[in-house]
Design a protein around this ligand. Structure first.
Ligand code: CMP
Length: 141
């Protein structure tokens, strides 16, 4: 089925100037960018977005990293978009990411891992609504 997923190009990838190369992976992988904006997240925005990780030991570093520079938040649409995006990204830890995936090619560490992608239909719905109004999303049809 056609799905939408929330994708973030993280501060490390923006700083490396590889936004276009990453977008190209999504497009070549059959996903369409149907909404996008560049933001420098506030602490509140980052904490709210990652609320489910609040009790994890890496939460403070995660929020610090995600607020360290601009990010691109976007909605990707396509067939099985949630799983398709996760396949294109590769494993959370770049050292475990399969060759040819975004994290294998552009990321160095589990914290600075280039991209985020929703992990389920429920988190996709929540994460898309966190950053976008419905009228900011332009379905490809
Ligand atoms: P992301 O998909 O954005 O979701 C939470 C982020 O926390 C994850 O990518 C990693 O960048 C970061 N992180 C740091 N340490 C860990 C860990 N041990 N397990 C999972 N995520 C981690």
């Amino acid at each position: 089925a056609t799905e939408r997923t929330l994708s973030i190009i993280k501060p490390d990838a923006v700083a490396k100037n590889v936004i276009g190369e990453i977008e190209s992976r999504f497009e070549k992988g059959g996903l369409a960018i149907v909404a996008a904006k560049m933001l420098h997240l506030s602490r509140e925005q980052a904490e709210g977005f990652y609320a489910e990780h609040k009790e994890r030991p890496f939460f403070n570093d995660l929020v610090g990293f995600m607020t360290s520079g601009p990010v691109v938040v976007q909605v990707l649409e396509g067939e099985n978009a949630i799983a398709a995006n996760r396949e294109l990204m590769g494993a959370t830890n770049p050292k475990e990411a399969a060759p040819g995936t975004i994290r294998a090619d552009f990321a160095e560490t589990i914290d600075a891992n280039a991209v985020h992608g929703s992990d389920s239909p429920e988190s996709a719905a929540r994460e898309i609504a966190y950053f976008f109004e419905e009228n900011e999303i332009c379905p490809r049809g």
